[in-house]
Design a protein around this ligand. Structure first.
Ligand code: PNS
Length: 173
């Protein structure tokens, strides 16, 4: 897709911690990729709120495999401010998913802050209803306590999570 004012395809950035990627993320990426010429799925290296369970390399590998079927999407990563990365990437828009009303409260101020810093708007896609309860943090908690998350994460993610759980169990025994 090209925009009338741009000589290149419209470039959207879908940022997140992706610790780990879920089917909810993949669904948003697939639908966003249909709306824009290029989709950069951008992993924040050090999330503000917590230390990631999966290393950057692991998150890159899981995402790359998960989005392999989306021809106009690629995985990138960034440190520091999203607004700086957006400007450096010459992106036209930020894309985020909204699951529930409480997401909107924090996302609205983030969107306004990012717009004031970068002059780039954030467009929101509503999550598919079947993923509205799915978050990376819940998936991790359930999985590492022995619950079944196979329907909530892409296969490459489940494989890596299973290997990580096994190696953690080995270390503890
Ligand atoms: O998947 P997440 O954890 O909800 O993603 C949050 C993310 C990465 C989009 C947000 O933490 C972010 O933009 N981090 C980069 C630092 C930054 O720019 N902070 C100010 C946001 S207004």
């Amino acid at each position: 897709m090209t925009d009338g004012n741009l000589s290149r395809p419209t470039r959207a950035i879908y940022p997140g911690s992706f610790d780990p990627p879920t089917h909810g993320h993949l669904d948003v990426a697939e639908r966003a990729a249909k709306c824009f010429g290029e989709l950069l799925v951008a992993i924040v290296v050090n999330p503000q709120k917590r230390s990631p369970m999966f290393s950057l390399d692991e998150r890159v590998a899981m995402l790359q495999e998960s989005i392999a079927g989306i021809p106009n999407a690629r995985v990138e990563h960034f440190r520091g401010l999203l607004a700086d990365y957006v400007k450096a990437s010459q992106a036209d828009v930020i894309v985020k998913g909204l699951r529930v009303v409480s997401d909107f409260e924090s996302e609205m101020s983030a969107a306004m802050m990012n717009r004031s810093l970068s002059d780039v708007d954030t467009l929101f896609l509503m999550s598919d209803q079947k993923y509205s309860f799915v978050s990376s943090s819940l998936v991790k908690e359930v999985f590492f306590l022995g619950g079944d998350v196979a329907s909530l994460v892409p296969d490459p993610v489940l494989r890596l999570m299973t290997a990580k759980r096994a190696s953690l169990q080995e270390t503890r025994s």
